[in-house]
Design a protein. Sequence first.
Length: 332
Amino acid sequence: MNLEPSSAIVAVIDRCDAKCIMCNIWKEHKRDEVRLSYFGTLPQSLRIINITGGEPFMREDLPEVIRVINERCHHPRMIISTNGFNTKKIREKMTEIARISGRIGVRVSVDGYEKTHDEVRRIPGGFQKCMNTIEALKQIGIKDLGLSFTISPINLGDVAKVYYLTRRLKIQFTLTIAQNSEFYFKTDANTFDLDPDQLRQQFNEFIASELKAIHPKRWFRAYYDKGVYEYGLGKRVLKNCSAGSDFFFSSAKGEIYPCPVLNQKMGDAKNNSFKPVWTSDKANEIRKISKDCPVKCWMTCTVKPHFKQNIVAITWWVVRNKIKAHLSQPIL
């Protein structure tokens, strides 16, 4: 069994200045996040790290957090997830962070077009603030930029609109379905059915566009998006999940979980360092649960082994459906 994780989601703060309908982190007011030294205990094997919160840019020492992780993990690729509302602060901190490493990207959460986004995030003028942030980051030379979209019934009709917005801005687009997590999102209210016809219409549009692209990375992104679509229909396609072995989630309090949605705490690394938690008997038992996880979600952080194990079938799917896309035939 691999006990050298290569990727992780690391929450650096539990506070947030948005009031999103699908998340209750903003109700947290405690300031008991891990100290800077904690990040120096993360496994050196990490190569891809998502820095999240809460809102990471509310942590005043975020550049130092990035510096410690960068040195500890030998210059990994890091993506900072942000709501994008405080353009001035984000620009200032990213200017400093960019001097630490050239392998830092930013994903701004945009959950709808204009009014829809503001309704989901419950911040007046929030959409325009996000656009201002993207422009500000471009101005200081940040190249790895993107919008991340969390699907719920309220914004399903805007998925393709936001996708095409990323095409015009020449930035990345990622999406997922709103999930329940009592320990991360602080909610179990994300239980809903998505309209299958509307879901198919939205996904057919941008999956076809991805398959018509020149870059092969976008063809395989189309397959990932197809998995999000199937998960939105209630299907379970992910098997042998690697959460808890190749991947983990670290809460802002230093608690280690196999992923952001499986409520099985491996242990508390805040006062016990990472390795004893990761190699404990309790962690090994949770790995068995995770492998055949009852949630069976479909997220970028946990599908990598699925791609490795099924590369031939996935490539054949890409070839078949790339032809369909060029013939303007529906993919789904």
